[in-house]
Design a protein. Structure first.
Length: 464
């Protein structure tokens, strides 16, 4: 434990370095589009808008530095999951949700394409996504999940038994898995830095160390001055609660990760994982992992799920108990890692709407727009959201009409606010205690049904 680097933003920044600081906003300014937030959503939006309309004056305002939040701390999963698809199917019909899913499938390839076009080496490997089950209840959920995904158009998804799963990755006790080709492993900070450089090369202005305290129609207010623009876009994800009037908009859910030392060939011989798929499971308190380009395992899951008052951390420091819990998951999956060193641990926040639905919105009466609520699937979803914001702005400004993206069911979806404290804190902690309880009980039971505690928690959370 003493050799583990804790916090410092993330392992990805420890490996690739904190970027040289950009200048803060020097005073009041004007722009055609002001983007608040220098993560993937903000940078992708600036990229696609500037590509589409080169004469636009675009300013990005970032409170710390680009990628300080979830964009620089995530698990490096570029995959086709999107939060809220089932809800959108209920509200708008199955075909509309299928179009949304197809757009997400295509988004994986779009990110890979742009990275190649912009010469961004982000350690991208398109090994797909493998999700495993290791209890009877998990296997039943996995089979249902697999069937559902096929019903939403993923006909290239495959279902594996225990033997076929082991041929991909030898997860101890795995009894089945489902695999989709619509996924890739990447180094999120390398992608983020490359994207920021590409955006600046196009002529977009980025101001760092410039926290926005309030967003109003045509105004982004900071301690250094106000940027006035016809369009002001909120791209702040888990840090949204720090803006005036946004405390209950999206809940900043905490997620934590560890990264091992580079593993020797002998250990990899016992694990397999030659396809370098991104790896997840069907637990209620799920895990996510990747085999990095330098042969580490980076693995994440829930630690302390939520801080009272929607507070966010400063440097990603993680409790020792959370590090131990993640190590336990690592060793449970791969017993030969029991003696390996954990080089780094860190945490970050993701944005969770009350109904667990990601959204993209442009209010044409005010010029205010926003995108987010990705619930942990933002590495790819940010790209689709950005292209959708581009099309919405072009449509609103008379430079374009409706497109396939502007008619997707997540556009202009309205979400009610989270409960006030202390109900918010009590609710989230109770729910995740219930999920952990359900996982423990399912691990010792032989039933194929999801534990009723988890089913109740899902209904209360609004996840299903």
């Amino acid at each position: 434990m003493s050799s583990t680097s804790n916090g410092g933003i993330s392992f990805w920044y420890a490996q690739d370095g904190i970027p040289a600081p950009r200048e803060p906003l020097p005073g009041d300014a004007t722009a055609d589009v002001c983007i608040v937030g220098g993560g993937f959503t903000g940078l992708w939006t600036a990229y696609y808008l500037k590509k589409a309309v080169p004469f636009l004056n675009i300013t990005v305002l970032e409170g710390k530095f680009c990628g300080y939040g979830a964009s620089g701390r995530n698990g490096g999963w570029l995959y086709n999951g999107i939060a809220g698809r089932d809800t959108y199917a209920l509200k708008h019909g199955h075909d509309a949700a299928v179009r949304l899913q197809q757009a997400m499938n295509d988004t994986v390839a779009e990110v890979v394409r742009v990275a190649a076009d912009e010469s961004i080496d982000a350690d991208i490997h398109r090994g797909g996504v493998l999700e495993v089950a290791y209890t009877p209840a998990q296997l039943a959920r996995l089979k249902d999940f697999h069937t559902t995904e096929i019903a939403f158009g993923e006909t290239d998804r495959t279902l594996h038994g225990a033997r076929e799963t082991a041929e991909r990755v030898r997860v101890t006790g795995a009894v089945g898995s489902t695999w989709t080709p619509h996924g890739a492993r990447l180094h999120p900070v390398k992608l983020l830095k490359g994207l920021a450089a590409a955006v600046e090369a196009l002529g977009v202005t980025i101001h760092e160390s410039t926290p926005v305290t309030e967003i109003k129609p045509k105004h982004a207010i900071t301690p250094y001055g106000t940027v006035r623009a016809p369009y002001v876009l909120r791209c702040t994800e888990g840090f949204t609660a720090g803006l005036k009037g946004q405390r209950r908009t999206w809940l900043p859910m905490n997620s934590s990760m560890i990264a091992t030392e580079p593993l020797p060939a002998a250990v990899w011989d016992t694990i397999g994982w030659e396809g370098r798929e991104t790896l997840g499971d069907m637990a209620h308190a799920y895990m996510y992992a990747q085999r990095t380009a330098d042969d580490r395992i980076a693995l994440g899951g829930r630690g302390v799920p939520y801080r009272y008052g929607s507070r966010t951390d400063n440097d990603g420091r993680t409790r020792p108990a959370t590090i131990d819990a993640l190590r336990d998951i690592l060793v449970r999956f791969f017993p030969t890692t029991a003696g390996v060193r954990i080089d780094h641990a860190w945490s970050g926040v993701l944005g969770v709407p009350r109904d667990w639905c990601a959204t993209v919105t442009l209010d044409r009466s005010t010029g205010l727009g926003w995108a987010g609520g990705y619930v942990g699937s933002g590495v790819a979803t940010t790209n689709l959201a950005a292209r959708t914001l581009r099309d919405l702005i072009q449509q609103d400004s008379g430079q374009g009409g409706p497109t396939d993206l502007t008619t997707l069911p997540w556009v202009n979806h309205k979400v009610r606010k989270w409960e006030p404290e202390p109900l918010r804190w009590l609710g989230v902690h109770t729910l995740y205690a219930a999920y952990r309880t359900a996982d423990r009980r399912e691990s010792t039971a032989h039933t194929t049904t999801t534990h009723p505690v988890a089913r109740t928690a899902n209904r209360i959370a609004g996840r299903h």
